[in-house]
Design a protein around this ligand. Structure first.
Ligand code: MCN
Ligand code: CUN
Length: 792
């Protein structure tokens, strides 16, 4: 660690893409209008669970502007009624025989305009026979629970998977011998990523060329192309997937949705392009949810607070289809990092997945594959332990954090943390916050409250997280059999300008800037002379895309390796130009020069011109200046952070105000500190949202109670304080520039800090999120509600 130095080419460069985005010149899927384009709309189920007795589309079909109506039976006739999911399950494209959740897709209409398509939905007659629904994961495996997936032969219950991690016997032994055990039941409620732009597609099946072109809101264009290919039985070279500008993804745009496939089929049937754009309610009701984890955590420790072991049981509500998008071998995602940032002797978790009559829960919403749940669990448990033992939560953490000399650190659940200086990171957060003064102020406010029965209470909440980002390696991590490695193609033109093509896809993370800065760092080409191409399967190399904060860790590494290959190629050309042995040349940014004689050298621009010229080149140099790399990461990268939230709580009304938020992040070497800060700001707001207001909930019949932004509350700048950021830097030892991912760090780390702060203020051991005023008020009264019982 030590002083933070910004390497050449890196730094707070303004985002190149903002030149168009902030002027309203972005090009999003809904901006695309093709000649003859039809508009799609989806008829959705009003019931959470019902048998479909009949579907009559005749009136809709005779609407003058309707060009096609698709039902489950139509898709079944094409063998396209079901689509594969990443987790070896299938999900219905359009319901066949029955509906499994409210909002499920039942029919698709394509018409001359959007209004006609919507009108025609009302003309479709569907007769349903309602069935009892199972909504609560805790009853899903019980006797008499309605069977969600009875279309699967031989199925007798709602069980999805059992998965465990760690050493059960060693963990039980630690618990049996421990001086103290604290336990806590927690729910991480269902939440939604709610990007500004909803999901959409323009599908264009060209019957003459035999090609399908799809413009879609996807974080993973190549993965989607493979999926279209497999589902439709068309080879990849006949499919082009383009992701234009995307207005936020946050995981919501990883999955394949029925609307996409219906638009493709409708375009194939009509021979015309078909656009389908979700509205907000559709997005909130039927697209990928996150969390919905019911957890029982136990923590074993000595009486003076040395943490020994953690034991966890999870009930994971996956909704009607197991449509998660994490690597195939990880049914509970990367939940195995629930050991957090602590030096434990043993740990064990058991996760059971169940089906319910709710929309398929992905792992989406800045989750890094369930690390959000894992981090929240352990950081809540540590505070519960502090509460039970009467210890200060900051000192308890400091005493148990992994120490720098313990890295690389093999965790009890089989991960290898690459690097980190956890005590320094926590120490910096406490220092920025002025921890001891805050505790003194808290005591004074509490004394005042106890004297008068009025006034606000102060709460100080901490969380220390370790993230795991940058999936693969490909040997252990795949999605639908596709290994998690990504490509980068780099070409330096005769002018010395460069084009970089990558498989990752920015949804607002600023890749056009940071990936150009990587080239600047490696080759000395200024970022404004590097064009970054992304989001087009015809123009970019294969790779699994942007999620799990893997772009910098994987595609960024591929970019750096490709740039270094170009640099080595340039060295040979420079040797030829200078008529000197390439081994005698040394690189300074932008130039190869003679070692010991810096006045003799050639710039990369001159080298590029020579590489394309008529000049004779050495035998082993073919000419031109380009290189590619497919990067298979040797391990994940493990960023970390120490967060401290200060809240003021009115115990009479339950109102919470976030007064301060200190966030110290270590994401290794930072390419663009300003973009990193933006990523952290966003994730901190996520944490305030999840901790205090966001909740997707259902009534006992499975009716969705949060299908608009009136009910699904998102934080605005009004709820957010002015963030106070700090940084530590421990480079990743295996990443070519020592960078680690950061895109989801703050979402992972912040919810626990906010919850810990609110509970610290009111002196309550545990209450579940979201800590709405009603929930806080009830917690003060000693009877908090579970979030799965609608609390508003
Ligand atoms: N970065 C950097 N230095 C580092 C690490 C990252 O400068 N040491 C920069 C990167 O180069 C990139 C940005 O920070 O420009 C985020 O990088 P990274 O951590 O690699 O994450 P990804 O680019 O893979 O983005 C994915 C991540 C995920 S999974 C979600 S969910 C999320 C998030 O990013 N969705 C977002 N941040 C988002 N930000 C916006 N604006 N919109 C979303 O949809
Ligand atoms: Cu899981 S949300 Mo992000 O990985 O796209």
């Amino acid at each position: 660690m030590g002083r933070v130095v910004t390497p050449a080419g890196f730094g707070p460069l303004r985002r190149k893409e903002d030149v168009r985005l902030v002027r309203g010149r972005g090009r999003f899927v809904d901006d695309i209008a093709l000649p003859g384009m039809l508009h799609g709309a989806i008829l959705r189920s009003p019931h959470a669970h019902a048998r479909i007795v009949s579907v009559d589309t005749s009136a809709a079909e005779s609407h003058p502007k309707v060009r096609v109506v698709l039902t489950g039976a139509d898709l079944a006739a094409r063998d396209m009624a079901w689509m594969p999911t990443a987790s070896h399950d299938v999900a219905a494209v359009l319901a066949c025989g029955k509906v499994h959740f409210q909002g499920q897709e039942v029919a698709f209409v394509a018409a001359e305009d959007r209004y006609a398509a919507r009108d025609a939905l009302a003309l479709i007659e569907v007769e349903y026979e309602p069935l009892p629904a199972v909504v609560d994961a805790r009853t899903a495996l019980g006797p008499g629970a309605p069977l969600v997936r009875d279309e699967q032969p031989g199925r007798t219950d709602n069980h999805v998977f059992d998965w465990e991690s760690g050493d059960a016997a060693a963990t039980d032994a630690e618990f049996a011998a421990a001086e103290h055990v604290s336990a806590c039941d927690l729910v991480y409620p269902r939440v939604h990523p709610a990007p500004l732009e909803t999901c959409g597609i323009v599908a264009d099946a060209d019957p003459v060329e035999g090609r399908l072109t799809v413009h879609a809101t996807t974080q993973a264009p190549h993965t989607h192309r493979v999926l279209y290919s497999r589902i439709a039985g068309v080879p990849e070279h006949r499919i082009r997937v383009v992701a234009p500008d995307i207005g936020g993804g946050f995981g919501n745009k990883v999955a394949m949705y029925p609307g996409y496939l219906c638009a493709v089929v409708a375009s194939t049937v009509t021979g015309r392009p078909v656009k389908w754009t979700e509205d907000r309610s559709e997005n909130l009701m039927a697209s990928s949810f996150a969390r919905d984890y019911h957890m029982r955590g136990e923590i074993a420790a000595t009486r003076d607070g040395r943490i020994l072991a953690v034991r966890v049981q999870v009930l994971a509500d996956h909704g009607a289809f197991n449509a998660t998008s994490q690597p195939s071998a990880f049914p509970a995602g990367f939940f195995g990092v629930f050991t957090g940032s602590y030096d434990l002797r043993a740990a064990h978790c058991r996760v059971t997945g169940v089906h319910t009559n709710k929309a398929p829960g992905g792992v989406a919403y800045a989750c890094s594959f369930r690390i959000t749940e894992a981090s929240y669990l352990v950081e809540r448990l540590v505070d519960v332990l502090a509460h039970d033992l009467g210890l200060d939560p900051a000192r308890l953490r400091m005493a148990n954090l992994l120490r720098p000399e313990q890295f690389p650190h093999p965790t009890p659940t089989g991960w290898e943390y690459d690097s980190g200086d956890y005590p320094a990171t926590l120490g910096l957060a406490l220092e920025i916050a002025g921890y001891d003064e805050l505790r003194a102020e808290q005591a004074a406010l509490r004394a005042g409250y106890e004297r008068t029965g009025r006034g606000r209470l102060l709460g100080i909440g901490l969380s220390f997280f370790t993230e795991a980002v940058g999936a693969g390696p490909r040997r252990t991590m795949d999605i639908m059999g596709l290994g998690m490695a990504d490509g980068a193609d780099l070409r330096v033109h005769p002018s010395g300008d460069a084009v970089l093509a990558v498989s990752c896809m920015s949804q607002g993370q600023g890749h056009e800037t940071t990936f150009a800065q990587l080239i600047g760092h490696e080759l000395g080409i200024p970022a404004d002379r590097v064009q970054v191409v992304q989001g087009d399967t015809d123009r970019t190399p294969f790779g699994l895309g942007t999620y799990g904060s893997r772009s910098t860790a994987v595609s960024g590494a591929a970019t750096v390796v490709a740039a270094r290959r170009v640099r080595e190629r340039a060295r040979l050309v420079a040797g030829a130009i200078l008529e000197i042995d390439p081994a005698d040349l040394e690189w300074v940014p932008g130039r190869w020069q003679v070692r010991g004689n810096p006045t003799v050298g050639v710039s990369l621009t001159e080298i590029a011109a020579a590489a394309y010229s008529g000049r004779e080149l050495p035998d082993d140099v073919e000419g031109q200046l380009d290189a590619s790399c497919v990067y298979n990461p040797p391990n994940l990268t493990f960023p970390c952070g120490a967060y401290l939230c200060v809240v003021e709580v009115d115990p009479v009304t339950g109102e919470v105000r976030v007064r301060r938020f200190v966030a110290v992040d270590d994401c290794g070497v930072r390419i663009n500190p300003m973009i990193v800060a933006g990523q952290v700001h966003r994730g901190l707001a996520d944490g305030i949202g999840m901790a205090l207001m966001e909740l997707i909930t259902f009534d006992p019949d499975g009716n969705h109670l949060a299908a608009s932004f009136m009910d699904y509350l998102l934080p605005t700048s009004m709820e957010c304080p002015s963030w106070e950021l700090g940084e530590t830097v421990t480079p990743s030892p295996h990443h070519p520039i020592g960078a680690k991912g950061v895109g989801e760090s703050a979402t992972v780390g912040s919810p626990a800090a906010v919850v810990n702060a609110v509970l610290d203020a009111i002196g309550v051991r545990h209450a579940d999120m979201p800590l709405t005023p009603a929930q806080v008020w009830r917690a003060v009264q000693g009877r908090p509600l579970r979030p799965d019982l609608a609390i508003r």
